[in-house]
Ligand binder design. Structure first.
Ligand SMILES: Cc1ncc(C[n+]2csc(CCOP(=O)(O)OP(=O)(O)O)c2C)c(N)n1
Length: 318
């Protein structure tokens, strides 16, 4: 339990610190990619990726910095991609919204809302055919539920009993539009539970709670062969896109934000380590190692060259 909680904290701290670095350096205008920040959602991606096997396949949306870092733990290619440099995972052609590291199971993240869902279902189908015991996990926002391909994909996955986790990261907003202005129904989980799948619902910023829930989901999926739908609530700290702390009170309440901030996933996990008996100095040592690693990655990315012009059409489907 101590080891698990330490691992969870390392990932949570890594994600938050990497994004704080992005906030700090973005105004230099060297990172040209739009930024959809993960701040607030870290417990979900960290808890789930911890519960998955290394070789499982993960897919995400445009808001996937946290997912990438939780799944891979690496920061060199991550920052190089942000800077658009040849040392990035996609040689600088992908940016923040199309990250991938297939060798580490991060198969791809996509800017088209719900775009990754049918792709993940296809991979789950291949995994089942190959009997390789791998799980596909697709992360998407609540806005993706409004896309037809979500329902088509869910239907096929249930019909074919595919080994897939559908993870709805529900922050109640698609850009600035709240769920009540978009949904002709009350409860997503209630509707999804009409399908032949295992449905889980949780609102927690505790990565250990999410980890345990995911373990239960995976166990149930291997017992009854049915896909899982995880409906997980969180609060997006920043605006839809961008790195500023600006909070738009035209569409959401600051009090709600303050309430979620009190149970911030990183602070919560740090306090838990202290309660479990980890010395403050040990925690600081862990944090320093991660700070240093990120500092080096940013420096390397900044100094790295851009790809040659001849690379422009390579690795691109036209
Ligand atoms: C098919 C499609 N329609 C519209 C957009 C424009 N768009 C980008 S993000 C977004 C809202 C996404 O909300 P949600 O899925 O809840 O994810 P979140 O931003 O909350 O993580 C929209 C409408 C898009 N990228 N793709």
């Amino acid at each position: 339990m101590f080891d698990l909680n330490t691992e969870l904290y390392k990932k949570l701290y890594l994600i938050r610190t990497a994004e704080k670095k992005i906030q700090e350096y973005y105004p230099q205008d060297k990172m040209k990619t739009p930024m959809h920040m993960s701040m607030g959602e870290e417990a979900i991606v960290v808890g789930i990726c911890q519960a998955l096997k290394k070789e499982d396949h993960v897919f995400g949306s445009c808001r996937s910095h946290g997912l990438y870092l939780a799944k891979t733990g690496e920061t060199d290619q991550f920052f190089a991609e942000m800077y658009g440099k040849v040392t990035g995972g996609a040689k600088g052609k992908a940016g923040s919204m199309h990250l991938s590291a297939p060798e580490m199971g991060l198969m791809g993240v996509m800017a088209i809302v719900a775009g990754g869902i049918p792709v993940a279902v296809g991979v789950a189908f291949a995994n089942k055919r190959q009997k390789n015991n791998k799980i596909a996990a697709i992360f998407f926002g609540d806005g993706a539920i409004e896309e037809g391909c979500f329902w088509e994909s869910l239907n096929v996955a249930c019909l074919m009993k595919l080994p897939i986790l559908f993870i709805c990261e529900d922050n109640r907003f698609a850009k600035n539009t709240p769920d009540i202005k978009r949904h002709g129904y009350k409860n997503i989980s209630e509707i999804v539970s009409k399908f032949d799948c295992n449905v889980f619902e949780e609102e927690s910023t505790d990565a250990e709670v999410i980890y345990n829930l995911t373990r239960r989901a995976i166990d149930l999926m291997s017992a009854n062969g049915m896909p899982c739908f995880l409906h997980l609530r969180y609060y997006r700290y920043l605006e839809h896109v961008g790195v500023n702390e600006y909070f738009n009170e035209e569409y959401r309440l600051r009090e709600e934000f303050e309430k979620w901030k009190e149970k911030d996933p990183i602070d919560l996990q740090r306090k838990k380590l202290l309660v479990l008996g980890m010395a403050e100095d040990n925690i600081k040592k862990i944090e320093k190692e991660i700070d240093d690693k990120i500092g080096i990655s940013v420096d390397l990315a900044d100094k790295a060259p851009f790809a040659e012009i001849s690379e422009v059409y390579k690795d691109v489907f036209l």
